[in-house]
Design a protein around this ligand. Structure first.
Ligand code: 5GP
Ligand code: MN
Length: 314
């Protein structure tokens, strides 16, 4: 059921033991929004705990209270009277789903989130879930400390490609401006987030070497097999290097994470890649989406390229 942000705030205010989670393969928005909400709720005297069922990219470990994030053990239970799921639908939270049977409030900005079986506040025009949590702070009468501001700004910055992508709107910049007034240091966050290990830069080089063009150069793809992919831990930003090719509408990165587990990232300048990802069992936004294809790499490539081809021809 769709709910308003005020209703989401009311549900949160009415409870005391709150479990917060977000999607696997967490990005700056997932980590930033959960950390910001946890700190707000604790300051309001509530018990709040984040569980994320994945490892987190090293660049985000600098965020305030990062050390508080826990990873659920396979059959772990957690005593909570509300679960708040941020930045995703429930199918991408891994074992966090099994921690509690408490009611769920889901807050998200993904167009593919249909809110099946949960109370969902979804604002697809919000650039980031952090933009929504910024508004939620006012509804909760929560104080935005410099630490909370740092977490929220990180989500705004990462989901908008540092305020460059088409999801950047006046409200995004207004929120960012307010967060800077509250104590955020934008250059500190940028410097932390742009850091890459040597292995990652070598990985980027391997990815660029794998570049393939399709459909009259309208589609660009990079393919990383498992032997290459396992030598570094993040492909964050790789796809942006080929998205810029002037003839390209859709860019993709296909990474063989493990044998028969292939991760797909897509970016577009017009084509609705959320729809393509949705068809392949994933989701996302019109211009940035992804999915996982559980099959051998060469088969995944064929299926992906065919699915993109249908959309590009349309
Ligand atoms: P990325 O390419 O950066 O991993 O993801 C791009 C966007 O698509 C993000 O908003 C991300 O949350 C979403 N996304 C990526 N993979 C999946 C997936 O497997 N399922 C869903 N529902 N969304 C995804
Ligand atoms: Mn997001």
């Amino acid at each position: 059921m769709l709910i308003t942000l005020t209703e989401a705030a009311r549900r949160i205010k009415a409870t005391n033991k709150i479990l917060i989670t977000a999607h696997v393969q967490p990005d700056g928005d997932a980590i930033g929004s959960t950390l910001a909400l946890m700190q707000m709720l604790r300051a309001l005297g509530k018990s709040a705990q984040i569980f994320i069922d994945d490892t987190v990219r090293k660049n985000l470990h600098m965020l305030p209270s990062f050390e508080e994030i826990r990873r659920p053990k396979p059959d772990e239970k957690f005593d909570a009277d509300l679960m708040v799921v941020l930045d995703t639908s429930l199918d991408r939270i891994g074992n966090a789903r099994k921690l509690t049977d408490a009611p769920i409030v889901n807050i998200d900005h993904h167009v593919t989130n249909k809110g099946e079986g949960v109370d969902l506040y979804v604002e697809t025009k919000a650039a980031a879930t952090c933009e929504i949590i910024f508004k939620l702070a006012a509804e909760l009468d929560a104080t935005i400390t410099p630490e909370i501001a740092t977490c929220l700004y990180t989500g705004l910055a990462t989901d908008t490609g540092f305020f460059q992508f088409s999801n950047t709107r006046a409200e995004t910049l207004a929120a960012a401006s307010e967060l800077i007034k509250l104590g955020v240091s934008p250059h500190f966050i940028s410097e932390q987030l742009e850091k890459k290990s040597l292995a990652e830069v070598r990985g980027l080089s391997a990815a660029l070497n794998s570049l393939k063009m399709f459909y009259g150069d309208k589609v660009a793809g990079m393919i990383l097999d498992h032997a290459t992919a396992k030598t570094f831990d993040s492909t964050e930003g790789f796809i942006d290097e080929i998205r810029v090719i002037e003839t390209v509408d859709v860019a993709f990165l296909l990474t063989e994470k493990a044998p028969n587990v292939c991760r797909v990232s897509m970016r577009s300048k017009g084509v609705n890649v959320a729809q393509i990802a949705d068809k392949l069992g994933g989701g996302g936004h019109v211009r940035a989406a992804g999915c996982t294809l559980k099959m051998p790499l060469d088969e995944a490539e064929k299926i992906l390229v065919a699915a993109i081809g249908e959309a590009v021809d349309n």
